[in-house]
Design a protein around this ligand. Sequence first.
Ligand code: KG4
Ligand code: ZN
Length: 337
Amino acid sequence: MSRPLILGVETSCDETGVAVVRGHEILATVLSSQIDAHARFGGVVPEVAARAHVEAIRPMVHLALRQAGVHSDQLDAVAATRGPGLIGALMVGYSFAKAMAWTLDTPFVGVDHMEGHLFAPRLEHEAFAPPAVVLLASGGHSQIVHVKSWGEYEVLGSTIDDAAGEAFDKIARFMGLGFPGGPAIDKAAEGGDADVVKFPRALRDRPYDFSFSGLKTSVVTYLEKAKAAGSVPPLPDVAAAVQEAIVDVLVDKTFNAVEATGVDRVAGGGGVLANRRLRVRLEEEANRRGIALYLPSPALCTDNGAMIAAAGEFRLERGDVTPWSVDVSSSLRLSDL
Ligand code: KG4
Ligand code: ZN
């Protein structure tokens, strides 16, 4: 039997993502990034994000359907991110998708954004299935999740302050590298020597939790001192050292969870998983231990509509169709699903 044809809509933060997906086949995926709109503020401004989604949502849905060669009345379901995220941004995609499903008389599925990230590796890797440990690291979240089965998630660890992507963004802003900071540091670190300075790795005594706010403080202190002494190392070296400090703890703690749970599959999702150094380090560690690693391609690590469609299919098949009365929720939690 053929898998359902699903429209996935993602507007939880600063990307309007729309995709048409059938099973593992992404028929179309389109993205309208708001990076330029937010860059001059050095971060995502919620009001600016919501307005940009309003402008983009209709043309993006039309574009995705056209690229997929699909008419809206062929859709078996419409899925949209319900939360967590910026409330005004969420409301745009969710309301649009709900209205569309209502008009088409087709099921509507409100999707947890983080569950979407958990499903992203499956789009490209048919073999990926629970039980697995999944590292989720983005601008808003850093979590290590034990996926026991689809729909059954234990969040083993999370950040006690900033998310990993937030750390990249804040440190890059301080270093004058622009927004978003993750890709900027990834690029600036090319050819750099990470051993030139060793920034601290926080929360060594807690196996799965993260803390990144202290890293920013130590980078600021280090660079101010180095400037005063007239001995600032080359930019690639500092960028590589910052990147290594973040990557080190992400990799260490992910594999702590792999050891504790005894799973033999590890995966990742969220914008930070697009980081080239992190991908290499995860791969090295997985190979060393003979564990299968499933990473989405970078475009499916960052926010996108396809992952929402994939998680939407799972929920649809389970009969978790969202009633019309259910609204967005900025504070959804994976462990409550
Ligand atoms: O998943 P995502 O697109 O949106 C959120 O749900 O937050 O993640 C965005 C985050 C940003 O903080 C961005 O700096 C980071 O992912 N990011 C990266 C890279 N590409 C995006 N961080 C490190 N290296 C990258 N190449
Ligand atoms: Zn995300």
